[in-house]
Design a protein around this ligand. Structure first.
Ligand SMILES: [Ca+2]
Ligand SMILES: [Ca+2]
Length: 268
């Protein structure tokens, strides 16, 4: 029994070390991520509308933009050394312009559902000075898959400048809010992670030298198997879509600002 416990302890230590190694290398090696969008492939000028994005991760997916009310996802300046970013529509008069980037599986594999695995997702972002305050656009959803009534969901929203992460699965629905209130000047990194029965959100503002110090908040609660009811449900960036890939017109929760380095990473 004692020997078994020792083996277990050793295995846990190794697993932690490996996990840390993967996390540390992930930023340099996009192949470790199922989804990684850098928005650097475009040759178009800043301000040009982008209708699609290239996945630099390993998942077989396509990423295409849907719009409403004249909205567009446009090429935009990124942080120094980060190529291009994209910018989603600024909050306008009701009804506001909307653009949402959808990411769909292109094979029968659901590469966007973590299931029971530990996983992390996030992005770099910079908020506009004016955020949506109308009834039509009162949210700011950054990265998401699955609506609230789906069998499974993961989501980062920046509503009212406070980042929050939600993970919902067969064992429960957890939301954890960051203690950080973001400003509308700087570039931030946000990462949400489900590890065992812990859901955490880490948020940090990039310094002038590109360094970022993350503040992490966690909630202990089980979430279980995380998967949307349909494998054809898109993962989205910049707002909400229905399982059939239409913009959620009743409440698109348009993210108003810049986005870069979107990622989804799953263990195992
Ligand atoms: Ca970029
Ligand atoms: Ca908004």
């Amino acid at each position: 029994m004692r020997r078994a416990l020792n083996l277990l302890a050793t295995a846990t230590t190794i697993a932690c070390a490996l996990s840390g190694g993967v996390a540390a290398g992930a930023a340099k090696d996009p192949v470790t991520d199922a989804v990684r969008l850098r928005f650097d492939d475009t040759s178009s000028e800043l301000g040009a509308a982008q209708m699609a994005a290239t996945n630099r991760g390993y998942a077989e997916v396509r990423a295409e933009v849907r719009t409403l009310n004249g909205g567009a996802m446009v090429s935009a300046a990124a942080r120094d050394g980060q190529g291009h970013a994209v910018r989603f529509p600024a909050a306008g008069e009701d009804p506001s312009p909307v653009a949402v980037l959808g990411i769909w599986n292109t094979t029968s594999d659901d590469a966007l559902s973590p299931g029971a695995r530990n996983f992390a997702f996030g992005a770099d972002f910079r908020l506009d000075g004016t955020l949506g305050a109308s009834e039509f656009d009162n949210g700011d959803n950054l990265v998401q898959r699955g609506l609230a009534d789906d069998a499974g969901q993961y989501k980062i929203e920046i509503d009212k400048r406070v980042p929050a992460c939600s993970v919902a699965g067969t064992a429960g629905h957890v939301t954890v809010r960051s203690e950080v209130t973001v400003n509308t000047e700087g570039w931030y990194r946000v990462k949400c992670e489900r590890s065992g029965s812990t859901v955490s959100i880490a948020v940090g503002e990039y310094g002038p030298d590109g360094s970022v110090s993350m503040t992490k908040n966690s909630v202990e609660a089980p979430t279980g198997h995380v998967a949307t009811a349909s494998p054809s449900t898109p993962m989205t960036v910049g707002g909400k879509m229905t399982p059939t890939g239409e913009i959620a017109t009743w409440s698109p929760d348009q993210f108003n600002g810049h986005v870069d380095n979107v990622f989804l990473r799953m263990d195992g």
